[in-house]
Design a binder for this molecule. Structure first.
Ligand SMILES: [Zn+2]
Length: 391
């Protein structure tokens, strides 16, 4: 039986009345564990099921707990605690309350997508091929950024979670087509992939240490982008074709993958709890598959319409099902009805995945919690019959 996890934001739980709501998750809805967001990007949610219907959460994100400053002495980056906490240990209290209610406690954190930290520590930001610094993305090559993340996973393990899930631990979509208004570029094209690359001082240094000429790579990327801009036809190459044909670019990509793989290994070594990674934004490659299978407990993969989302199929194939958590939204448009959610959860249970992770931010109308209760009940019944609606 897959473990049923409710992934929540501490502010959402506080708005809902944490004690009572956690008790409801456990007793009425049938959740096994909560996965609490300890650090996340900016959030804007209208919570229609709050008592007044007028409650919104507008947060600049950042740390949702009170950090232990002593853990961040390896560099200049320090977590910035969300203003809503006002110095209170609301996170610690929610952790305790969840345990009192008999729920397992897992913790997750978004690592490298943090506009607040980039604003405070611009030297850690990713830099595009054109020399522009990113406004939200920290670079995994930067030694101080890596020190900060190592401090963060140690800090989170202090709450004694059953696992820590890390989101956005790689280069992510970086300077993708939306960032530069280059939506005329096909997202799957090699040029779009090259545009996302980071050329910050740390990336160039890592390339140099591996015998790769970063300057030559930058020139090559710029000339390929110019060619794409001057051509009316879409590229017929895949990113793999391009790297296969250009040793300089392939060398740089190898360094990038090794950078992310070594970071994952360092973080797994520095975290007392088992580490899970979110597949979103992860670039599947043989190097990463090996790292995932050796260094972390598993991956969290988006699941919709009865399947692992197409973009993550390769990464899901690389690890056994019992090391996959299928993540799922509980409201439209991801699921349109209670019976649709019942069918999704039934399918996931049949795949032998370790857990179903329900992603919630407090924005789902009250009846979606009813759908969730129904879906979990059905999965627990484990009759083997096709899913039926209880409506
Ligand atoms: Zn970089």
């Amino acid at each position: 039986m897959a473990r049923m996890i409710y992934a929540a934001y501490p502010r959402e739980l506080e708005a809902a009345g944490a004690n009572e709501f956690l008790g409801r998750l456990k007793g009425e809805i049938g959740i096994d564990a909560v996965n609490l967001a300890a650090a996340h990007p900016p959030l804007r949610v209208w919570t229609p099921r709050a008592a007044t219907h007028h409650h919104t959460i507008c947060s600049s994100g950042g740390a949702q707990f009170i950090p232990d400053a002593a853990r961040y002495t390896g560099g200049r980056l320090r977590p910035h605690a969300g203003a809503w906490l006002k110095g209170r240990d609301a996170f610690g209290r929610i952790v305790e309350s969840a345990r009192d209610q008999g729920l397992g406690v897992e913790i997750r954190a978004t690592c490298l997508n943090d506009p607040g930290l980039v604003e405070r520590y611009p030297h850690g930001a990713c830099v595009s091929v054109f020399g522009d610094a990113h406004d939200a993305r920290l670079c995994p090559s930067n030694p101080e950024v890596r020190q900060y993340l190592l401090g963060l996973v140690g800090d989170l393990a202090r709450f004694g979670p059953e696992s820590v899930e890390l989101d956005d631990v790689g280069f992510g979509s970086g300077f993708g087509p939306q960032w530069y208004s280059t939506d005329w570029l096909d997202r799957q094209s090699p040029e779009a992939a090259l545009l996302r690359w980071c050329f910050c001082a740390s990336c160039l240094q890592r390339a140099k240490d591996s015998g790769v000429n970063g300057g030559a790579v930058r020139e090559s990327v710029m000339s390929r982008l110019s060619l794409a801009a001057d051509s009316e036809a879409d590229s017929t190459q895949t990113p793999g074709d391009l790297l296969g044909a250009d040793g300089t670019l392939a060398g740089f990509e190898t360094v990038r993958r090794a950078t992310v793989a070594s970071l994952i290994r360092e973080l797994a070594g520095g975290c007392a709890a088992p580490l899970w990674l979110t597949a979103v934004g992860m670039d599947p490659s043989s190097t990463l598959e090996e790292t995932i299978n050796e260094a972390v407990a598993g991956i969290v993969v988006p699941f919709s319409s009865g399947h692992v989302a197409a973009a993550y199929e390769a990464i899901a194939r690389a690890v056994p099902p019992d090391r996959i958590r299928a993540s799922l939204r509980i409201r439209p448009p991801a699921v349109r009805s209670g019976s649709a959610l019942v069918a999704e959860v039934h399918k996931i249970a049949g795949e032998g995945f370790a857990a179903v992770q329900f992603e919630e931010d407090g924005g789902s109308p009250a009846h979606c919690l009813g759908w969730l209760r129904q879906a979990i009940r059905y999965a627990r019944r484990e009759s083997g019959d096709p899913p039926v609606s209880e409506q």
